[in-house]
Design a protein around this ligand. Structure first.
Ligand SMILES: C[S@@+](CC[C@H](N)C(=O)[O-])C[C@H]1O[C@@H](n2cnc3c(N)ncnc32)[C@H](O)[C@@H]1O
Length: 211
């Protein structure tokens, strides 16, 4: 009985220590994970066909670093998935015309090497966010990607950003996405913009650090 209690206390202490050491760091040191990103074919999940409302881009428009934007996540068979590139162009930005073809695998983001771009701004397929984040960090260029807020609590994210200075933009209101089969769906979770090398000033709504 006493041994059980001592063991439980030890576990709680270990857990608290781990949370503290993982959660505290804001570092400017850049050390992208050496693990190679997996190559992904089309993710083929209809759960990935949720499209970004224009207000999501309007909200961050003044925070996007200068230069050519890559918004690589779309699908030639899903015309609504290309609207995000138009929204970014409507904001006066130059956007690479990259269209992913899942049938031929042309412009698969995981192969991304054919375009010249300065900053990646996109809403990736959530079903493989871990591999996409790994690929993005390995490219070591500025990015702003829209992902569920729970991503920042995932052990792989904590591991990937251990020595990396990421910033997070918390939207003023929860975004509702457009689903490929109908127009609007109420989203049951919050998303944030995870930003890397964007040198955001810390103001209301922008949190520094990787926690
Ligand atoms: C969450 S949706 C975002 C679509 C659009 N860019 C937007 O913001 O509304 C993600 C899109 O990425 C596409 N996709 C899946 N695998 C991909 C890959 N390997 N490379 C590029 N796009 C991919 C999906 O088919 C889907 O259309």
């Amino acid at each position: 009985m006493i041994a059980n209690s001592v063991f439980s206390l030890l576990l709680i202490y270990l857990y608290a220590t781990l949370r503290r050491t993982h959660g505290c760091c804001i570092s400017t040191q850049t050390d992208p994970t050496p693990e190679k990103p997996k190559r992904i074919m089309h993710f083929k999940s209809k759960g990935d066909e949720y499209y970004t409302p224009s207000n999501a881009f309007e909200e961050i428009k003044d925070l996007i670093p200068k230069g050519v934007i890559l918004d690589p996540f779309n699908n030639i068979n899903e015309p609504k998935s290309l609207h995000s590139q138009s929204f970014l162009k409507d904001l006066g930005r130059e956007v690479v015309d990259s269209v992913y073809n899942p049938d031929t695998d042309e412009n698969n983001f995981m192969d991304n090497d054919g375009f010249a771009w300065d900053v990646c701004v996109s809403n990736p397929p959530f079903s493989c966010k871990k591999d996409i984040l790994r690929k993005l960090f390995s490219l070591d260029k500025p990015f702003m990607v829209l992902l569920p807020i729970t991503t920042i609590c995932c052990s792989y994210y904590i591991e990937m950003t251990r020595n990396i200075n990421c910033q997070i933009i918390v939207p003023k209101k929860r975004y509702n996405f457009n689903y490929h089969l109908d127009s609007k769906r109420n989203c049951s979770f919050d998303c944030v913009w995870i930003c890397y090398k964007c040198e955001l000033e810390c103001t209301n709504g922008v949190m520094g650090g990787s926690m």
